[in-house]
Design a protein around this ligand. Sequence first.
Ligand SMILES: *Cc1c(COP(=O)(O)O)cnc(C)c1O
Length: 493
Amino acid sequence: MNYRSTRDTNLSLTAAETIARGLSREGGLFVPESIPQITPDFLESLVDLSFAERSAAVMKLYLSDFTEEELAEYTKAAYANFDTESAAPLHRLDDKTSFMELWHGPTCAFKDIALQILPYLLTASLRKTKEEKKVCILVATSGDTGKAALEGFKDVDGTAILVFYPRDGVSDVQKLQMQSQQGGNVSVCGVEGNFDDAQTGVKQIFSDPEFAAKLAERGWFLSSANSINWGRLLPQIVYYISAYCDLLNEGKIRMGEEISFCVPTGNFGDILAGYYARQMGLPVKRLICASNSNDVLTEFFHTGTYNRNRPFFTTVSPSMDILISSNLERLLFDASGKDPDYIKSLMGALKQDGKYSVSPEIREKLDGLFWAGCCDEDGTKAQIGKVWEDHHYLMDTHTAVAHRVLGQYREQENTSEQVVVVSTASPYKFCGAVLEGLGHPGNADGLTEIADLEALTGVSAPKPLAALRNAEVRFTQSVEKEQMEAVVSDFLS
Ligand SMILES: *Cc1c(COP(=O)(O)O)cnc(C)c1O
């Protein structure tokens, strides 16, 4: 199985080269040359396996240059760090709805599913491609990715990791999680400004050839742990297939019966993994794309026009506060019949005018597969309160957006299939807004809010968040955007 770029189909890389490289040189994203197909027999063979074993079996279909032993070892190690038996357990809400809780890993958000295993895939890929330099992972984060990448790469041989976060753009709990990070090869630094400033700064560092040469002399090269790396997307395909197996196990569906997934969406990585699972042959009826007030994707699926020229809202579901959903490019590539020139023209228009429109044929194709809706701040909080009242189930803000949109879907489409809502974070990561949803003031500091939420609901905070109470703060540095390159240079000297 080889990989090509969405903007240059003459390229053909092995899986190891694809993961080692991350982003293609001409700016395109790597995609598999063909999508492996699964059968009912294959699904049946996964039903009695653990999540780690299911993961190894599914990833093997895409990673032909990795051995079964390697994948068994990596998945077992990666998913042993979760506090549930499965890394993606289903919680049943009612007869037709379950939540797939992807936040039982070390940082309490779904990014752990991919970032616990990416270091294994990346270091193995570097060995396979005979890269001799050490890799430094540079991350600009709006909160969850940074911490998950730090936990994944801490003390991994041959790697270092440096995370930049917007000083005033992350929640108290998220900041404390990062500032207290353990490990001998890690560093964390605040940037004056918002997420875009941090992101732009990191992009500038990546595109500076002189700086790259200077680091190469010292034996380092830079890479990213962003969701544009295939090594981050692939592990996410697994949980869609795993959820299907769990529903079979529960007796809620028969083999072949279609189910839907409802996904709180930002950069379009999570839901794209669901699309790949469906293209592999998983019986999926609809992928429901849920957005917050930054509803650029809702508009896209409704009109066929992607337009980033709109106000940016800072919301209580910050991991979805995104106006450019990078991974959409992979979907469009597939939907266009794998036409790199067409993709280049769309992405060129996005860069130049901030918008593009897709052809009626593509729109029609996507219409049958996706359903899109959005939810504002009041709706998000109201949903948290309602589900707590009706079911005594506590949701985070991102999951609440998805569950709200699921209500819209059911009302408008009048369908009755099983739906799995992808639950992406522990409610304890976003305590302030969750408290407000339950009708309580949430404007204390992060640690007080954790205690308040525990007292109010009787639901315990996950261990890694409860432990923040006694955490030692190690990283308090904060710099202007212009100084970021110097921070990297110091870190790697
Ligand atoms: C990253 C994130 C999302 C959005 O996922 P994408 O893959 O960017 O669409 C949703 N919820 C939470 C909690 C996240 O951390």
